[in-house]
Design a binder for this molecule. Structure first.
Ligand code: MLT
Ligand code: MN
Ligand code: ZN
Length: 284
């Protein structure tokens, strides 16, 4: 299996276009540039799936040689998108894929419903491309082209701000993608808590992209004057995860979905965990 980190920033990216905070100023000065969270995976090197489609997906695809079109005029290795949430930073890029001849979109029932009703991206997209929508039921494996299998674990109930209705289970999930050789990659960039179920979901994975939105619990208040805590925003801070990560020494762990308030958005490593970067590729 090959994995390409398409984008390593939280919603807004680093730097954020309208932000003059210390972190975004530093990013502008040093040239740090992170696009919004997303990954591409393949089992056979020719059929690729995107895990989330951020508003930056067009630039992310253009930057990825593995995802270049061809040999036919409109051939693309991109088969589809597996969504972990219906948040704008994960789903708005679906519209940027409308030129595809065909596209498969997978997500939990709650995510698909949100994208049919509150923000009807799926019906809109179906007017442009041959759209196949597949429901990803947590716990049930879903086979993808190229020998990949994806499983979802429901990890949170946070409702996107644009959506109506109560928070519901399966609005936020982690994904585990495996190939025919048993290699596995876990993608969990929206993780409100590290449960026993998540610990078991991660066990034995070769690599994992974890929620690196915030470094510490006080970061949103201290750096950005925000009232809500990371936990209320659905993101367990890095400081609260390191002990659990150490229980998985065989798994190459990276932090992604870095918010522009996070000092690690400027690089480095946190103990055994790497900080993800746009364009980083993993061969598992
Ligand atoms: C999140 O990750 O918490 C969401 O993307 C927040 C947002 O962009 O509104
Ligand atoms: Mn986000
Ligand atoms: Zn900023």
């Amino acid at each position: 299996m090959r994995v390409r980190i398409l984008g390593s920033a939280a919603g807004g990216g680093v730097p954020q276009w309208n932000c003059a905070c210390a972190g975004c100023r530093t990013a502008r000065a040093t040239g740090v540039h992170r696009t919004q969270d997303g990954v591409a995976v393949t089992g056979d090197g020719s059929a690729w799936y995107l895990l989330n489609a951020s508003p930056d997906v067009r630039a992310q695809l253009l930057a990825a040689p593995e995802l270049a079109p061809g040999p036919g005029r409109r051939d693309t290795p991109v088969r589809g998108v597996v969504l972990t949430t219906a948040e704008l930073d994960h789903a708005a890029g679906l519209l940027m894929l409308r030129e595809a001849g065909a596209l498969t979109v997978c997500g939990t029932g709650a995510v698909l419903d949100t994208l049919r009703t509150d923000l009807p991206l799926l019906p809109a997209l179906a007017r442009y491309t041959s759209l196949r929508v597949r429901c990803l039921t947590p716990g049930e494996p879903l086979d993808l082209d190229g020998g990949l299998t994806v499983r979802a674990l429901a990890v949170g109930s946070k409702r996107p701000r644009y959506a109506r209705g109560e928070p519901a289970g399966e609005r936020v999930c982690a994904l585990r993608v495996s190939d025919a050789r048993g290699r596995a990659f876990v993608y969990a960039t929206c993780l409100p808590e590290w449960t026993e179920a998540f610990d078991a979901f991660l066990a034995g994975a070769d690599a994992a992209l974890l929620d690196g939105t915030f470094a510490t619990a006080d970061e949103p208040a201290r750096v950005a004057g925000l009232a809500r805590t990371p936990r209320e925003m659905g993101h367990l801070p890095i400081a609260g995860m390191l002990e659990a990560v150490r229980r998985h020494p065989g798994t190459r762990c990276l932090f992604g979905h870095l918010n522009n308030t996070n000092p690690y958005a400027h690089g480095g490593a946190v103990g055994p965990v790497e900080i993800a970067a746009d364009g980083l590729t993993l061969a598992l």
